[in-house]
Design a protein around this ligand. Structure first.
Ligand code: AMP
Ligand code: GLY
Length: 410
């Protein structure tokens, strides 16, 4: 099989790496750290399967344009991608499908939005309706901060048009869970569950990021919980999309909070999570290419099998997420890769004139390790991270820490 992966981050490197076990893979545009990257655009390339990584091109209708040219594409059309492109619309679909979620309302005017804050408890959650690279969500107990976010979103000051409509919702508490389901329009198949670390600081402090690390599977989440997420969340959502005439072929990424009242849907993404993909995809022992090609052609068949425990730790630039410093030479990737069970995925990576890899974004590398336990994979990942350096390199040191401790006690 010949496959094209569209995108340029750590998720796309992981997709290419795992597809590459059985397929010839080209990544467009990729980056200097991803093998077989090409500047030739996807519409100029030919392949048996196209996998579109990021949400931006999906929301812009790239999957539709490729399909219109007869290509087999894994990734929803612009109609389905709206689930991620508009949180207000996503909430409407959830309501139609009867999927439990936080109490919420959407606003375009300041006065009713501020009045709605009065109906909230101790926690305020304010989200941009549109895409904001994982940074458009404020979760706070400080009313003034919430009001400030509403004002800056609705005025367009903070995120331009993406924030001119915003969603205000009640704050939920509980562990978070990511369930990535491969969908063929009618059926959905869950991959191994993962947990992501969204905040920049240790112990979940500071601003939200795209994700600072992840692990999978999640020791406290059994197949019964994944089954419940599928039957009460993903499957009714797919049915609600179908009833709107949307043939959703791609990943439905359910971002959930496991509240004391049961799992509640925080968000849907229409693509693989980043960095969840870096721990979920390598875990597959069955063929990823035939799974995605089956879904893309509306015939999801076969079994998926997984093995091992996986941890990924993101190495970020100083200043991420607000103002990442870039252009530094990255040292130690080969030494990290020489560690047992370790793979290094390149995300915000560029190259200087001397051919050395340099930092070119906020999240630079995702260092992934496999182990026969979560504790072992975690230790391996951090062992390899210690090989990697550049000025101001930042990592969270608590990725998978709690879960590995719990695993030791169970
Ligand atoms: P989202 O982009 O909607 O997933 O939000 C990003 C992050 O904000 C989530 O992963 C949660 O950590 C947090 N978050 C979102 N919605 C809520 C909520 N209703 N209550 C508490 N935290 C939330
Ligand atoms: N890791 C969170 C996301 O991909 O949205």
């Amino acid at each position: 099989m010949k496959a094209v992966v569209v995108g340029s981050g750590g998720r796309e490197h992981a997709l290419a790496h795992v597809l590459g076990r059985d397929a010839d893979v080209v990544v467009t545009p990729g980056n200097p750290g991803i093998p077989n990257s090409t500047p030739i655009g996807p519409e100029e390339l030919d392949a048996d399967l196209f996998v579109v990584g990021p949400e931006g091109p999906l929301v812009d209708g790239l999957a539709d344009r490729l399909r219109a040219h007869g290509k087999l594409v894994f990734g929803p059309g612009a109609d389905g991608a709206r689930l991620e492109g508009s949180k207000a619309w996503m909430k409407e679909v959830l309501a139609d499908a009867g999927v439990p979620t936080a109490r919420h309302r959407s606003f375009t005017e300041l006065a009713p939005a501020l009045a709605y804050l009065d109906t909230m408890g101790d926690m305020f959650v304010v989200k941009t309706d549109g895409l904001a690279a994982g940074k458009g969500v404020v979760v706070t107990t400080d009313r003034t901060e919430a009001e400030d976010a509403v004002g800056r979103y609705l005025s367009g000051e903070a995120f331009g048009d993406a924030g001119r409509c915003c969603v205000i919702e009640e704050g939920l508490t509980g562990p978070e869970l990511s369930v990535l389901a491969v969908c063929d329009g009618a059926r959905a198949l869950a991959l191994s569950p993962a947990q992501d670390f969204k905040r920049i600081g240790e112990h979940d402090t500071g601003p939200n990021t795209g994700g600072m690390g992840a692990y999978s599977p999640v020791p406290s989440v059994g197949s019964d919980m994944v089954g419940e997420v599928m039957s009460s969340g993903v499957e009714p959502t797919l049915a609600a999309l179908r009833s709107r005439g949307i043939d959703y072929r791609g990943v439905l990424y359910a971002g959930l909070m496991l509240t004391p009242d049961g799992p509640k849907m925080l968000e849907y993404n229409v693509r693989f999570g980043d960095p969840e993909a870096q721990v979920v995809l390598p875990q597959l022992t069955s063929d990823l290419g035939s799974l995605l090609a089956g879904a893309a052609s509306g015939r999801l068949v076969g079994e998926t099998t997984f093995s091992g425990h996986w941890t990924t730790v993101v190495c970020a630039s100083e200043g991420y997420p607000s103002a990442p410093r870039t252009g530094d030479v990255i040292a130690g990737i080969d030494a990290a890769r020489a560690h047992d069970g370790v793979t290094v995925f390149c995300a915000g990576v560029g190259q200087n004139e001397a051919g050395e890899l340099t930092t070119a974004g906020g999240r630079v590398l995702a260092v992934t390790a496999r182990g026969d336990s979560l504790a072992r994979s975690r230790a391996r990942a951090y062992g390899a991270v210690a090989e990697i350096s550049w000025p101001g390199r930042y990592v969270r040191t608590d990725i998978a820490e709690l879960a590995a401790e719990q695993e030791g006690r169970s």
